[in-house]
Write a protein that binds this ligand. Structure first.
Ligand code: ARG
Ligand code: ZN
Length: 875
């Protein structure tokens, strides 16, 4: 049965302190837990003590030092229950044994390349010891970790180091760690292994010295420098922008090669997928550097938003994740180009979250029921959750937002809080009512906003009529109108923004229309000339906007809008509507010429030397096949989309070749590689030109790509050229792929790029290639990064081949899901979520997707994770 938000009950028993003694052993690690428990005055009186457990072997159990009789407790596969405990403070001593080497779920205590590590969020601590595994039970932890010195010279835990030494008369040693901050068990972590480290000091705003350490596999320390730099910048930024200071003597990060997600914010001991720590110019792309910076910041920022203030229950996941994503987005915006960061964040949102919201897996930012919480670490909770926080800031202004955050950090420090608690701080600090705004957390689906504008020449006024609707989504047939902060501008014929004088006393002079009704009109006075409206500036609300704007007006915005996001978006809108029409034509065997307006808009962008190269690179990118599929929405034929998009790229290439060549030449690299944003922006633009030129398919453009590949001195350029060759030059492809593999065969993270690229080739042979690569020495079903690179890229980034009309692509992914589920259910469930838009496919492919899903559903012994995804997908 699902867990429901409305069924929340406070815990019956609280845990004040936890003493753990963990004796690491490859197959039989022994955990002795001493828990100081007491009845919760807020709980039900006379309750048994129910402790969660999963795959634990219980060795002994004592209450206040006295071994418990077998009749006093019951052990099941999921719980240890003390039937009639004394109703007073008491101590439980629990001894369990687990097998970290056999732990292929990568939840709880497991080994990654020999290193012992843990992952406890969301419900992994119960795989280490019996415990009330829920985020509203906060305790102070002391952890003693013991291991063979030879096997694990490094022993780490949460909080501050207390003591360490040899275990007398043995080859073992130990370390004791104490974390003074009460925390839920999902933030527990320990690490034991043979690791190298880099260290640095950080002095906080109030002068406290913090020892920073980043631990990596032996020999890889020189690749950890960028992460360390990002960490220090994150720490400073959080002090300056949110007044959040670090609160322990040490902060450690450990990079491991086997990890289900990106990283984990364990108190004082973040554990990372090594993909988001390790970087060198030879092995990491600019995008990798940017991701590392963002994720280091994200996990660090959790120290306040997540750890000092945690979640009451897992329904409140967005309370920490949406807010922390918003914070890491702002950090990256400050560290790099704000407009470019916004554009890439919105592209991510539209590419991942919008399809989720439009399909069978749609759920609110705060879900109200779940069967498997691990399936709710989604784009909706994270990315849409961040958009909701961003809208709060837009609505309240910078100062009002900061006042709300200050109140939240002050009022709820040490709490396990709710979304209501969070919103109340913003309401109280600003004297506003956020009741209707709270619907953003409760209603799923992407609001559709339709705007039409009319200039009244005689009355010298301009009117915008706004209509909002919210489509039905699973479990929610009726919807209420939302609060939509619609940032707008009226752009005059000279390209400048006109003064906004609203007729109705609304707050629109700030440039933000407050849309709260199903239909609403806004009138502006003193508009002497016909303006072009620039709508939803900066993507102020996560909505689908449609307007009656002409192509000419969009072209005007693409050239003149003072809002960089909308300048970008105007050209995208022109391209997208062309691609929708061209796709329909392609299905009928016809081809449409590229729209002149688009070529003009892109040409103008290329010619504008004042623009940031990184922005131009974004502006030049043609909407992806997934973008087009989403825009079409139903009866989707991926092959037709591919044809239409390929033709458009070819046409743009031909029309703009001289300009593209000039920019390509202009940004030729000078000096050594540096990952900074400005250099990365120049590379992005140059590579975008290379790609567009190659889309023309001329011999010269392919020779250029080959030369770019051969002469590249960094991974960004080398891998970009390799992808251009792989996608557009079948004759040069194999040699380039082989050379790349030969050069980087010892480097798993680079081999992942090689796997991912091959999985994305939009040709029928891709399927056989992917199947073949599953047998390649470089591939391992046990490693999530390898699986995501190969199978995940095929399912998520190769729409024509995943959705092959013969169903073989769907079958391949379904087979992989079934296979992986036996070992790592979380990974399997994530892969299966690639089917999230299956209902929007044309009938043949829809039938094949449904058959694949049904085949998964009928498999006996499926995990709860996959059962949940397949069940909701089939609806
Ligand atoms: N809290 C982590 C983050 O920073 C995500 C960890 C989720 N892990 C899991 N197994 N569900 O986003
Ligand atoms: Zn997070």
């Amino acid at each position: 049965p699902p867990v429901r938000l409305g069924d929340y009950q406070p815990p019956d028993w609280l845990v004040d302190t936890v003493h753990l003694d963990v004796r690491l052993h490859p197959t039989a690690s022994r955990i002795i837990a001493r828990l100081a428990l007491r009845p919760n005055p807020e709980g039900r009186e006379g309750s048994p003590i129910v402790l969660d457990g999963d795959e634990l072997s219980l060795k002994s159990l004592a209450l206040d030092g006295v071994p418990l009789a077998g009749t006093a407790y019951v052990v099941t596969p999921t719980a240890l229950t003390l039937l009639a405990p004394p109703q007073r403070a008491l101590t439980l001593e629990i001894e369990t044994v687990v097998n970290p080497s056999a732990n292929t779920k990568l939840m709880g205590l497991y080994r990654s390349s020999g290193t012992y590590c843990t992952q406890c969020e969301a419900e992994g601590f119960r795989r280490i010891t019996f415990f009330p595994d829920r985020p509203d039970v906060l305790a102070v932890y002391t952890t003693r970790v013991e291991a063979e010195r030879e096997e694990a010279p490094v022993l780490l835990g949460n909080g501050n180091p207390v003591e360490s030494g040899a275990v007398e008369g043995t080859s073992r040693h130990y370390a004791v760690w104490h974390d003074p901050w009460p925390k839920p068990c999902y933030l527990f972590a320990l690490v034991g292994g043979r690791l190298d480290r880099i260290t640095e000091d950080f002095v906080t705003a109030t002068g406290k010295r913090v020892a920073l350490g980043i631990y990596v596999e032996p020999g890889k320390t020189e690749r950890a420098g960028y992460a360390m730099d990002a960490l220090k910048r994150s720490m400073r930024w959080d002090e300056e922008v949110f007044g959040c200071e670090y609160d322990l003597d040490v902060f450690n990060i450990v990079a491991v090669a086997d990890f289900n997600m990106g990283a984990m914010e364990n108190k004082g001991l973040n554990i990372f997928n090594d993909k988001y720590v390790l970087a060198s110019p030879q092995t990491a792309t600019d995008a990798d550097y940017a991701n590392i910076e963002a994720i280091i910041a994200h996990e660090y920022f959790h120290n306040w938003t997540g750890n000092r203030i945690t979640c009451r229950d897992w329904f409140q996941l967005c309370l920490k994740e949406g807010l922390t994503v918003f914070r890491d987005q702002e950090f990256s915006a400050d560290a790099r180009s704000r407009p470019v960061k916004r554009i890439s964040d919105v592209r991510l949102l539209k590419g991942h979250q919008f399809p989720e919201d439009a399909g069978p897996l749609a759920h609110p930012v705060r879900p109200d029921s779940y069967r498997e919480i691990n399936n709710f670490y989604t784009a909706t909770v994270y990315e849409k959750g961040a958009e909701v926080v961003r809208m709060l800031k837009t609505l309240l202004g910078d100062e009002g937002f900061r006042a709300g955050m200050d109140l939240y950090l002050d009022r709820h420090d040490g709490d396990a809080a709710t979304v209501e608690d969070f919103l109340a701080c913003f309401a109280d600090a600003n004297g506003v009512d956020l009741t209707q705004f709270a619907l953003w957390y409760a209603q799923s689906g992407t609001p559709q906003v339709t705007v039409s504008g009319r200039w009244d020449e005689a009355g010298r006024s301009y009117r915008l009529d706004v209509v909002q609707t919210l489509p039905p989504t699973p479990g929610q047939s009726e919807k209420l109108p939302m609060v939509i902060p619609l940032a707008i501008g009226l752009v005059g014929p000279d390209g400048a923004d006109m003064a906004l004088t609203p007729d109705d006393g609304s707050n629109a002079e700030r440039g933000v229309l407050l849309v709260t009704q199903p239909r609403q009109s806004f009138v502006f006075r003193d508009i002497a000339e016909r303006p072009v409206p620039s709508l939803n500036r900066g993507f102020s609300a996560p909505v689908k906007l449609s307007s009656d704007m002409s192509t000419a007006d969009l072209l005007f915005l693409a050239r003149h809008d003072s809002d960089p996001f909308n300048r970008f978006d105007a050209a995208q809108t022109i391209a997208l509507s062309h691609l929708v029409e061209a796709t329909a034509a392609a299905r009928a065997g016809a081809a449409l010429p590229a729209p002149d307006a688009l070529v003009a808009a892109l040409g103008a962008t290329l010619d504008d030397g004042a623009l940031d190269p990184a922005f131009v690179a974004q502006a030049l990118s043609i909407p992806s096949e997934t973008d087009v599929a989403r825009e079409i929405g139903e009866d989707v034929d991926p092959d037709a989309i591919h044809l239409a998009r390929t033709a458009l790229r070819r046409a743009v290439s031909g029309a703009l070749a001289p300009a593209l060549e000039a920019i390509y030449a202009h940004h030729a690299p000078s000096g050594a590689y540096s990952p900074d944003a400005a250099s990365a922006g120049r590379r992005a633009l140059r590579n975008t030109c290379l790609d567009l030129l190659a889309a023309g398919g001329t011999a010269g453009s392919l020779a250029r790509a080959q030369a770019h590949f051969d002469t590249a001195d960094n991974m960004t350029d080398r891998f970009f050229a390799l992808s251009v060759l792989a996608h557009t030059a079948p004759l040069a492809r194999e040699a380039a792929l082989a050379a790349f593999h030969e050069r980087f065969r010892e480097d798993p993270l680079v081999v992942d790029k090689w796997l991912a690229l091959q999985a994305q080739i939009a040709e029928p042979q891709a399927l056989e290639r992917v199947r073949g690569l599953t047998h390649h020495a470089a591939f391992a079903w046990s490693n999530p990064n390898r699986v995501r690179a190969l199978i995940g890229s095929f399912a998520g980034l190769n729409p024509t081949q995943f959705h092959r009309i013969d169903g073989a692509g769907h079958a391949l992914v379904a087979d992989a899901v079934i296979d992986i589920d036996g070992r790592n259910p979380q990974l399997a469930a994530r892969l299966l979520a690639a089917f999230k838009s299956w209902r929007s496919l044309e009938p043949m492919r829809r039938a094949s997707a449904e058959a694949a899903l049904r085949r998964v559903a009928e498999k006996p012994g499926l995990s709860p994770d996959v059962t949940d995804i397949v069940g909701r997908s089939l609806g």
